[in-house]
Structure formats: C-alpha cells, structure tokens
Design a protein around this ligand. Structure first.
Ligand code: GCO
Ligand code: MG
Length: 410
C-alpha cells in the first residue's frame, strides 16, 4: 500500500431523509477510493466547506496508509480544535482512510481492529404508533421479529395529562405558535413514569427498556426521575443532563442504580474522560463523527473498557449508512459492546443510494463481511436529493420553550 497517494478529497452532500455528508477520498490507483461519514445534519454545508476548502488541499498527495498521522495532523492544523464542524470533517476523512485500508487488505475494518467478538450487534429500536392500540401492536410485532430492546420516547404522549398534547415532549400551547413548541418539564416527567408503568405491566420484564431525556430537564428534576424509574430496571436512562451539567451525574451515582448513558453531544475529550475515569456513566454514546471518526472512537472504546463502561454509539436517522457501518465495525470488534442504536435509517431509497447498508433483522445489525466499511454510494442518485433550505435544518432546537418563553437547552 506504501506507494499509494491521495488524489482527491470531496464531499457528497445529500438529503434523502436527513442532511447527510459523505467524504469520498480517491487514490491514484483507479477505482480505489474510500467513503466516510461526516454527518452534522444541522450544519451540513459548513462541514462541506471545512472539507473542500481546508482538508482537501492539506491531504492531496499524502499516503492514505498513514491514518494515525493524518488524523493527528488534521486535528491540529486549524490550531483551535475539538469542535463539531471540524471533528465531522476529519471523521469523513478518517473513516474513508479506514475504508481504503480495508479494501487494500481485502478485509472488513473490524478485522483490521483485531477481529470479531460477536457475529452481529444487538440493537434497540423506537416503536411507533398513532395511538396506544397501534403502539402495542407494533411492539408485539417487533418482539415476534426478535427485537428485545426498546426506547420508549414518543409513547409518553399517550400518557400526558393534556389529551390535546400530540408531540414530544409534552406540548402546552400557552404561548403563540410563532414561538414553536412549548415544554412543560414537570408534566413530562409524570408522563414518563406513567409510560414505564404501562410498558412493564403490558410487556413484562423479558424486554429491555430505555429512555432519552435529551438534557431537557432542570437537573434536580432529572435526579428525581432517575430515582423514580429505578424500580422499572431500565437498560439505561440517556442524556439525563446537558454536557455543561456533567457534574450532576455524581449525585445520581450516589442515589440510584438506574444505568446512565451519555455522550451524543460530546465533542471534546475533556467532556468524556472525567465521565469514564470517575465511572459516572455505564454507556458511552458518542456520535462517532462528532469526535473525529473511528481513530478516536477506537481509543475511547479502549479507555471505556478499562473502566468497564460499555459502548452504545449514537445511531439516529442523522447518521449516514456509511456512519452506521463505521459504528458496526467497532460494535463487532470491541469486548465492551453494550447496544447499538438503529435509528430508522433503513429505507428502500437509502438502501439503493448506499449499496451494502448494514441490515437490521431479528433484533441485530449485521455486517456484510465486505472489505473496508462495506458500503458504497450511488452518486447520481444522491445528486437527485440536494439539501433544501440549509437554515431549516435546525430541527426546532432553538424553538422549544417553556410556557414563559424560556428557550430549552437540549
Ligand atoms: C438519539 C438522539 C437523536 C437526536 C438527533 C439530533 O438518541 O438518537 O437524541 O434523536 O435528537 O440525532 O440531530
Ligand atoms: Mg439521544
């Protein structure tokens, strides 16, 4: 591999569902290229610029085999570092280089990492339903298909105190619609407890359940909820606090055994390391492209193993199929795997646009055993779905407010 050179680096930005950003690295060997996920869906065009204007000229001519050196030099080249935009840009490059290395070696990336600890990655899914009856039917159908772990977000709307509430979180339209959705933390907390009472009494204890607080609660309410939910034996309670409130996890650890999952909002190692070394979380849930790709994620997995923290990589619809394949390489390899989020990313369109997309069936995500990350992209099809109105990709994060108009920090 030593005499290969990077010939071109460019992004493929497409919006088949969420805004997805893929980095494609072409080498001077015809048909040898790699793909990496750089998806920061809320700021896709900024990542596009970071790759094309800054990393491309920095990388052309380098040896694609030197993944570690390329990661380290890309990380310090802007001087200021550890932010979401540049980390995503570097992730796209990093994952593409691992893809190339696997293709040259003729093996899946998990084999480059040391082989398989399991054949497939157990997943969790988020059941849907327009009403409780349909929700229950969907859960029973998923259980029959072999799924055993469920995120209950969304079901709380069936148990909110105001029958008119439709959205998540509990919505009370006490302020004009122009301010977006209204969030009432105390009512939402009560609806979550009712949701778990329903789920355990309806589906029993042979299934795992989890919930995502999404950092929206005042910390002391979150602590109280974690204690109230202890009797329901959650698989984990996710994002109980915002990264800015990491130290509140110390109180949770002293007062309840409800397992903690955190990490999708982390970018900076200084956010992650204290959480692991002080055993303040049970599951590390970073969005791998937000921390710079597979190279740092491998190192984070090893740090977590030393403290018996398990992995549960972020895997929503705003991770591309290339990114899900990257998650899966670590899921298959590491000893301390916990669970894999399989956000509803499977669709006929995505499967056609990304041949080799990891398959989710019988409760597991399955590697396809192909060299590299095992996923390709149909660029012509991707080009048919350009990003529309980038500014609208905020997904309401700056519009969710309390009844008094205070914006909620997710
Ligand atoms: C999850 C996440 C997502 C995020 C989304 C932000 O656990 O999957 O919380 O639902 O809201 O990825 O863009
Ligand atoms: Mg989450």
């Amino acid at each position: 591999m030593s005499n290969l050179k990077i010939r071109d680096v460019r992004t493929i930005v497409t919006q088949p569902t969420a805004n997805l950003i893929i980095v494609k690295i072409e080498t001077d060997e015809p048909e040898l290229y790699g793909l990496g996920c750089a998806t920061f869906t809320q700021r896709a065009t900024v990542v596009h610029t970071a790759v094309n204007d800054y990393l491309r000229p920095f990388l052309i001519g380098k040896d694609p085999a030197e993944i570690e050196d390329i990661w380290q030099s890309c990380n310090v080249s802007p001087y200021w570092r550890n932010g979401p935009v540049l980390n995503n840009a570097i992730s796209g490059v990093d994952q593409a280089l691992w893809d190339i290395k696997g293709k040259v070696a003729g093996m899946p990336v998990y084999d480059l990492f040391g082989g398989k600890s399991r054949e497939a990655a157990a997943v969790y899914v988020v059941p849907g339903g327009r009403d409780l009856k349909e929700y229950e039917e969907n859960v029973r159908g998923l259980i029959e298909q072999g799924f055993r772990c469920f995120k209950l977000n969304g079901a709380d709307r069936f148990f909110s105190e105001d029958a008119s509430d439709k959205g998540w979180p509990v919505i009370t339209n006490k302020v004009s619609e122009s301010r977006g959705s209204i969030f009432d933390p105390e009512r939402w907390v009560r609806s979550i407890v009712h949701t778990f009472e329903y789920f355990r009494s309806t589906f029993g204890w042979d299934v795992d359940v989890l919930y995502d607080i999404h950092e929206r609660l005042p910390p002391i309410l979150g602590l109280g909820l974690a204690k109230d939910l202890e009797k329901f034996k959650l698989f984990f309670l996710e994002d109980l606090f915002a990264p800015e409130d990491n130290d509140y996890f110390r109180m949770v650890r002293e007062q309840t055994s409800t397992p903690m999952a955190m990490g999708e909002l982390y970018n900076n190692p200084l956010e992650m390391i204290p959480m692991v070394k002080d055993r303040l979380l049970d599951f590390m849930r970073v969005h791998i492209s937000q921390i710079g790709g597979l190279t740092p994620a491998r190192k984070l997995s090893a740090l977590c193993e030393a403290f018996n923290v398990r992995t549960a990589w972020h895997g929503p619809t705003d991770v591309s199929p290339v990114g899900h394949a990257a998650n899966l390489m670590l899921d298959i390899n590491v000893w301390n795997f916990g669970i894999q989020e399989a956000g509803p990313y499977q669709s006929d369109l995505l499967a056609e646009m990304f041949p080799g997309t990891p398959e989710v069936r019988n409760g597991y995500m399955w590697p396809n055993g192909k060299p590299g990350l095992g996923v390709d992209i149909d660029e012509k099809l991707a080009a048919k779905y350009p990003i529309k109105e980038p500014a609208r990709a905020n997904w309401s994060w700056g519009n969710v407010r309390r009844a008094d108009g205070t914006v909620i920090r997710p």
